[in-house]
Design a protein around this ligand. Sequence first.
Ligand SMILES: [Cu+2]
Length: 153
Amino acid sequence: MKGYTLTFIIILLLIFLLIPFSGWGEGDLTKQKPIELTAMLGNKNGELRFFPHTLSLQTGKLYRLILSNPSSVKHYFSSDGMSRAVYTRKVQVNGKNGKPIAEIKGSIREIEVYPQGTAEWWFVPVKAGTFNDLKCTIAGHAEAGMVGTVTIR
Ligand SMILES: [Cu+2]
């Protein structure tokens, strides 16, 4: 009985000692602390622009891109090139109080954000490139200047 207890304690100790070195999350790029970026879709004055309209990203880093829409109309954040060059961990939809109310997993092509809404796109760029196809796909918005560039190095 005593030998059994001692063995059990030793095994427990070994487990606790080995956990920090077991590599949990190592190599899993989506477990990094994210780099936070904010992009505004339009603004309070109704300007049809992305603020900023260029995003500069690096492969292998986890990003938390906060898309907020302070305007009074809905907008899209849409870049085919970027969507094909990143691995999406999740998209998080936040409620009025800023707390998450939904998480969407899987490949994302574009995100629509409603007036006063916020969504967070968590992703890891996996392919370098310059994508000049960032746009809002609402009729007339891209033409009015709601376009941008995403660069991944
Ligand atoms: Cu728009």
